[in-house]
Design a protein around this ligand. Structure first.
Ligand code: XLS
Ligand code: NI
Ligand code: NI
Length: 439
């Protein structure tokens, strides 16, 4: 195992149990421990986000980069990209994760021309392939950065300029191909600039049709090259544009149905995007899951006092428990996983802080998994929920849902009945039960 960029961490992070005081050890995440018939690593499928962990240098709108990363020293763009990738694989191995995720521009620099950019990507995909086969680390998903380049400032697929849309299409084609080449298990579409800031210059219907056409072309291409990975859309309500077309899970599902794309996509739900949508992580997960469309998760958190995508590492065990309940109840994430779309704070300047951050996130989800598994095994919550809807299992409830009766029959039926008697919803009891499981 290479030991160049993270000398503070000499060995893969060990599991030492909850009483350990070693800051570079897992307290709950024990990758081979079997939980509910499967190992923790196969249940959680953690991934590291290339952009935040290796390509974020601590700048913000008020200040310059605060991180001084050894892997960004070379003045040659390709050497710098290769050094970064070596640092990334050293990090993945030392952390003990099996997956990573990237945007095309994270792993490979833009060149002077379209051709040079494409060649750079091919070079870096070749390099990634070698490192993947040396280490056994896999690609959870790839995506294209369709938001950084100024040509996308008025949208990529939804740009008012057809030349820009064509450029985005070519970029997505290459990014899907790169993902396919690297055995990526999914491909993500996050509509970074697909939205609008003012209706005064915007034709919503036209832009929605363009977005649908764009996604359709991607589906055609996927089928043509026989890429078996899952296509995912990642909803987000605002930032960078004021109104994003994929603003939340329900809106995105509607869009996919409206344009006949629903069979080709699932959703990638991000915690912080849910809170920006004025909702909760578990609500967005539950909406996606109820539609059979929860495909993957961007595991992070926001800050309720700050109105933007702060992309912090997840630490709230209540939140991870509720998330894992939904994930376990739908039988896992399939080819998806838990991608830490999260960054260390600007003041956390040392490379070792990247380890503390990921260890905390992985432990928070491992705890969530252990707690959720116990809750499911004990069946207390599920029995209470089943009981709550039991009037639909027989009698008039069953007749309504099996379409044996309509409004007129029900009007007849209700005449002979007493007033309905409602049972308590028992919210406080349920909250106490949940609390009794959190450790
Ligand atoms: C931005 C998104 C982005 C996607 C991938 O808010 O979370 O990072 O996950 O393009
Ligand atoms: Ni994300
Ligand atoms: Ni985000």
């Amino acid at each position: 195992m290479a030991n160049k960029y993270f000398p503070e961490v000499k060995e893969p992070i060990p599991y030492e149990g909850k009483d350990s005081k070693n800051p570079l050890a897992f307290k709950y995440y024990n990758k081979d421990q079997v939980v509910g018939g499967q190992t923790m690593s196969s249940r959680l499928r953690f991934a590291v986000a290339y952009w935040h962990t290796f390509m974020n240098f601590g700048s913000d709108v008020f200040g310059l980069p605060s991180f001084n990363r050894l892997w960004r020293k070379s003045s040659d763009p390709i050497t710098r990209a290769k050094d970064t990738m070596e640092a990334a694989f050293e990090f993945f191995q030392k952390l003990g994760v099996e997956y990573y995720c990237f945007h095309d521009r994270d792993i490979s620099p833009a060149g002077e021309s379209y051709t040079e950019t494409k060649e750079n990507l091919e070079t870096m995909v070749g390099f990634a392939k070698e490192l993947q086969s040396d280490t056994g680390i896999k690609l959870l998903w790839g995506t294209a950065n369709l938001f950084g380049d100024p040509i996308y400032s008025q949208g990529a697929a939804t740009s008012p300029n057809a030349h820009v849309m064509a450029n985005a299409a070519a970029q997505v084609k290459n990014a899907i191909e790169a993902t396919y080449e690297l055995g990526g298990e999914n491909y993500v579409f996050w509509g970074g600039r697909e939205g609008y800031d003012t209706l005064l210059n915007t034709d919503i219907r036209r832009e929605q049709e363009q977005m649908a056409r764009f996604l359709n072309m991607a589906v055609d291409y996927k089928q043509k090259i026989n890429f078996k990975g899952q296509f995912l859309i990642e909803p987000k309500p605002c930032e960078p544009t004021k109104h994003q077309y994929d603003s939340d899970a329900a809106t995105t599902l509607y869009f996919l149905k409206e344009f006949d794309l629903i069979d080709h996509f699932k959703l990638n739900i991000e915690a912080n995007h849910a809170t920006l949508a004025g909702s909760s992580f578990e609500h967005e997960l539950a909406v996606a899951s109820a539609a059979g469309k929860l495909g993957s998760v961007d595991a992070n958190r926001g800050d309720y006092l700050l109105g933007w995508d702060t992309d912090q590492f997840p630490t709230d065990v209540y939140s991870t428990t509720l998330a894992m309940l939904i994930i376990l109840n739908q039988g896992g994430l399939g080819s998806g996983g838990l991608n830490f779309d999260a960054k260390v704070r600007r003041s956390s300047t040392d490379p070792v802080d990247l380890f503390y951050a990921h260890i905390g996130g992985m432990d928070a989800f491992a705890r969530g998994l252990l707690i959720a598994d116990k809750i499911i095994e004990d069946k207390i919550l599920s029995e209470l929920v089943n009981e709550r809807y039991s009037s639909f299992n027989s009698g008039i409830g069953k007749k309504i849902m099996s379409k044996q009766v309509g409004l007129e029959d029900l009007e007849m039926w209700i005449r002979g009945e007493d007033k309905p008697v409602l049972k308590s919803g028992r919210q406080e009891l349920l909250e106490n039960i949940l609390n009794s499981y959190i450790f």
